[in-house]
Design a protein around this ligand. Structure first.
Ligand SMILES: Cc1cc2nc3c(=O)[nH]c(=O)nc-3n(C[C@H](O)[C@H](O)[C@H](O)COP(=O)(O)O)c2cc1C
Ligand SMILES: Nc1ncnc2c1ncn2[C@@H]1O[C@H](COP(=O)(O)OP(=O)(O)OP(=O)(O)O)[C@@H](O)[C@H]1O
Length: 311
């Protein structure tokens, strides 16, 4: 696992001299991002320098479009995932208002100080600096003066379209877990703290762990899903609903997870939920009996059909 370096007053910019850096936000650490990072590993091997995933502490869109941002990973998980890509180091720049307001040249000066990387890998659509004014041309102008190499790659595609975080978010919003997973190259999951619900699930014969997710992490579309739930390191089959239960006027939880073959008090615990298959839309039921019968059917489906290899 690569060491993570936060760029603060103690950061040694010298580590970027001669390094091969892949630069971006990398939400999801998807197959396209991994392709870019592998390119950085290759040029690092070429000159004997280190490979670096160069990223930001927050997703810039948290600063500019927090109201409509839907993320694939929290910042902590994104940085942890980057550290497991086989790079030598992850360097995390603080995306402060001052940092984001810089011109493209100022942005590069703040990022590298006087160090010159060996190679800088970006996608051909990469933009940076205030109002995203900087592009690959600005990178090349900066690099040419310093003897660095800019590698602007065509975006890795699947089914004729670039793999992007935006594309994967839209698939998840549409409940298309399998297609999202194919582009991510690893499971999609989120974590949340179990909160107290209305306490009615147990009376209905299926207890549920209620999870409140911040708006930014409500990326998965409303519906009922087959999922895996990890509690205290143990992985269970689960049937989950996403979206406020429309049958109940007082319902608040965004995500409710029935964990099969599990009983235990987990209020306040953080659990990981990995939705893998859309079962049906959320429904407003006319009677409790109808709701119970449908949810029991969903639970049976999960018990009979969910297999490790479907994740
Ligand atoms: C697999 C599953 C499917 C669900 N489907 C629906 C649904 O279609 N409509 C609905 O109103 N509630 C649905 N719910 C939410 C239940 O109504 C809710 O879990 C139950 O009311 C218990 O809520 P409580 O834990 O807050 O007491 C579903 C829950 C689960 C676990
Ligand atoms: N499919 C891809 N192939 C190669 N490089 C990519 C691909 N997608 C993104 N990149 C590059 O990876 C870096 C990180 O990109 P970024 O975090 O903006 O990801 P993204 O998937 O394009 O996200 P979004 O859809 O939110 O714009 C950038 O240099 C970007 O150009």
């Amino acid at each position: 696992m690569a060491k993570v370096f936060n760029v603060d007053s103690s950061f040694d910019y010298g580590m970027l001299a001669g390094a091969s850096c892949a630069f971006g936000v990398f939400d999801g650490v998807h197959k396209g991002h991994c392709f870019l990072i592998n390119q950085a590993k290759q040029t690092a091997a070429e000159n004997g320098g280190i490979s670096v995933a160069l990223t930001f502490d927050i997703d810039p869109d948290e600063r500019f479009h927090a109201d409509r941002l839907k993320k694939l990973m929290t910042n902590e998980r994104r940085i942890a995932a980057l550290s497991q890509t086989g790079v030598d180091a992850v360097v995390v720049l603080p995306f402060t208002p001052e940092f984001s307001a810089q011109s493209p040249e100022g942005f590069l000066k703040t990022t590298f100080a006087d160090s010159v990387p060996y190679a800088l890998h970006v996608g051909c659509d990469f933009h940076f600096g205030a109002r995203a004014a900087g592009g690959v041309g600005d990178l090349r102008a900066w690099a040419d003066k310093r003897g660095a190499k800019i590698c602007a790659h065509d975006l890795k595609s699947a089914d004729g379209k670039p793999i992007t975080a935006t594309r994967i978010r839209l698939l998840l919003a549409d409940g298309k877990c399998e297609e999202a997973l194919a582009l991510l190259g690893h499971p999609y999951s989120f974590e949340g703290t179990v909160t107290k619900g209305r306490g009615e699930g147990t009376d209905m014969g299926f207890s549920t762990a209620n999870i409140e997710l911040p708006g930014m992490m409500q990326t998965l579309g409303e519906g009922v899903y087959a999922a895996w739930a990890t509690v205290d390191g143990v992985r269970y089959k689960a049937a989950m609903s996403m979206g406020v239960a429309p049958t109940f006027a007082d319902a608040t939880a965004t995500c409710e997870v029935h964990i099969l073959d599990f009983s235990g008090e987990i209020y306040g615990d953080v659990i990981e939920v990995e939705p893998v298959h859309f079962l049906r839309p959320m429904m407003k039921f006319d009677s409790l009996d109808a709701l119970i019968a449908t949810v029991m059917d969903n639970i049976s489906w999960v018990r009979e059909n969910l297999r490790e290899e479907t994740c």
